[in-house]
Design a protein around this ligand. Structure first.
Ligand SMILES: [Zn+2]
Length: 94
């Protein structure tokens, strides 16, 4: 049965995506600033809304709920869609 449109969907914050994303990015992706392609909001990835009750991980903009990125893992590959981000701004100092 499909969920009703107005029922709130449970999600967690961007830190929930840290483990999987750190496997792909060898940088501090959670602290990186990303610009939402949908609304132009610029925020740290860690502030985004992460939906893990989906095929893979879906990270949505906290301001407009637009999809920022999707990550699907298989035993041999990662499938990463960053099309919801205009850019990522990554601090080079660790
Ligand atoms: Zn947005």
């Amino acid at each position: 049965m499909a969920a009703a449109r107005h029922e709130p969907v449970l999600h967690v914050d961007g830190n929930a995506a840290a483990g999987a994303l750190s496997e792909v990015f060898r940088i501090d992706i959670i602290a990186a600033l990303g610009r939402c392609r949908h609304c132009g909001s610029v925020k740290a990835v860690g502030e985004a809304m992460v939906f893990i009750d989906a095929p893979g991980i879906v990270v949505r903009c906290r301001d407009c709920q637009g999809v920022l990125l999707r990550l699907v893992e298989t035993p041999t590959r990662y499938w990463l869609d960053l099309s919801g981000l205009n850019y990522l701004e990554i601090d080079r100092e660790d």
